[in-house]
Design a protein around this ligand. Sequence first.
Ligand code: GLA
Length: 399
Amino acid sequence: MKQLINRTVCTMYLCIISASGAFAQNTGLTGTLAPTPPMGWNSWNTFQTRIDEPLLKGMVDAYVSSGMRDAGYQYFTLDDGWMAMERDGQGNLIADPKKFPDGMKAFADYVHSKGLKFGLYNCAGTKTCAGYPGSRGHEYQDALLYASWGVDFLKYDWCNTDSLNAREAYITMSSALKATKRPILFSLCEWGGHQPWNWKGIGEMYRTTGDISAKFTRSVLRIADKQIPIRKYNGPNHWNDPDMLEVGNGMTVAEDRAHFSLWCMLAAPLVSGNDLRKMTEQTRLFLTNKDMIAIDQDERGISAFKMPLTADSVDLWVKPLKNNTLAFCMLNRSSKTQKVTFKWSDLMIADNQTDLDIKFADTVYNLYDVWAAKKSGSTKGTFNRDIASHDVVVLKLEK
Ligand code: GLA
């Protein structure tokens, strides 16, 4: 009885808050499909629109044989370019018959048969960014079609939208997906222009920036830094999405390690964008590192904050984790190796968002070096390491 009363009060409270407009308006669309950051693969970063069934079936097979699925990656998503250039006579989208001779349902069945979930791409505008038919005016029709094919994930872009109201356009598609009654994770790709991180409850992940590229300083670091001021909006079922991974797409080994580490520190969705059939063992080991993935997937869903360290151009990124543990990522942004030396007892960290307030002079933590995969002493002594250009050291701290 007591529980029942509490629940009623709580429900009323939410209604009052919502009606006052203090929070994002309660649309009744709250996403529930991503308690931890979604993990998957997407075709865009490597193949753009050059996708077809044989290539993608090979990719699905590699997804499984490489251990990506078993490491926690779940979604297999076709980005732009899967459609024919025109809708059919009834206004339905059709898969490009040359690229997908067996149709999209058959391809979705193949993905599902390997224990994966299936994702597709479309756009809120009249056309997608690559000029294929967009969903504008066809939202409910398209959502029903996706559900009939067995789609589990929709990435929804923002090209060719003229004067559309962004939030309303995304609510329309979100409602259309909900109306199908099939659980379809909604990945909003609005690029951050209308501050979609404020739109609670429309989907599960919200792109925060323009497109990533495999350029460490110009793209990866720039995007990572932009996530810091909006970190408080990140959390279960509403993930800030700093775009898909470029690991294995041409950066150096150190840069790939740093890129993957930063995305995990940010509790970002981990959507790999490399050719899984041809990845090097090094790339595979980065993408499937279970300690790094556990940091990303930590149930608290808190995004890292950062602070300067004594060494030139070295940041310390800090991610509070469950059970009062922490992840530290020391990042050398410069083009030279940097020596990082400090006495742990001189270090203090505080975070208003999570009420974190640690003086290492008072509390001792044991250290685990994630990339070296070994214990690394404790915070009793001195930290003293050389960190190569564009590389990271990631530590897990446990009392
Ligand atoms: C936009 C998106 C990309 C990709 C392309 C496809 O640029 O931001 O992630 O989906 O469109 O055309």
